[in-house]
Design a protein around this ligand. Sequence first.
Ligand code: CP
Ligand code: NVA
Length: 314
Amino acid sequence: MSAALKTVAGGAPPRHFLELMDIEPGALRRMLDLGTRAKRGESLGQPLAGKTVALIFEKPSTRTRVSFEVGIRQLGGQVTTLTKGDTQLGRGETPADTARVLSRYVDAIVLRTDDVRKIRELAEYATVPVINGLTDISHPCQLMADVMTFEEHRGPIAGQVVAWTGDGNNVAQSFIQAAARFNFTLRLATPPELAPPADLVAWARAQGAKVELTNDPSAAVAGARCVVTDTWVSMSDEGEATRNRHNLLAPYQLNARLLSHAAPDAIVMHCLPAHRGEEITDEVMDGPQSVVFDEAENRLHAQKGVLLWALGLA
Ligand code: CP
Ligand code: NVA
């Protein structure tokens, strides 16, 4: 299909939410403003009345699935959710064919997959917006909630220092994109073997982003206003030998000692699910600096902004 044919009825191409790097900062800010209004209790009305969103999960989910299902319903829409065993995608039907079929039934598609090539193909052939619900290389919906959470607790994120400790995984890679889009300094401490991709870091720096890489978690965390970590074994890593990851990542654990290097009012974030006692200790996760459950709640609010933007309603 030619690019010219891949348009919706009004002629405009669908607004896919695949990567933060693809989206203008002003549009991202509009989405967050909507999310903040929703969180404050302002009604966003029923703009999804008469619309249906398909959620496809090729990997497990608690937060992403429930927050999208609830958020879509609160905005007046309908939702149909498919897990891996439910779809022909799981039996080898191509993402392109899936996209062409679902585009005739629904108004938007959210996909969680462990292979970014699938969501790119889906988006290439869909005539409705495709939203990234996590891939092996990114988790942009998470970052919308994370930026919203930082700003809720500490004000504008621009110019602030955020520290990441642990694996240079999909969430870390979306943090790099967010640093470029929201103008904060990001210091990532990872083992050399698990550093984020050099081309992504180069892209962010070329955008003017301050992205600093180190193998020393204390140096990354020093003076930071926010400290973030994530699981040592992501869903796309399952099946790999994981013992070596645990050995490599043990020095990067977010514990009270490491957090003591941050700014005294630093907040702690984790996208969840957490593996308590591995990447984060109970003391930190349940401590006064932790905002992890606000962060989880904000998935619901921030994604309303994402949905309204993707559907051309914001
Ligand atoms: N943070 C996040 O995406 O959680 P789920 O895997 O539960 O969706
Ligand atoms: N990095 C984690 C995030 C889960 C929400 C994973 O991909 O499993």
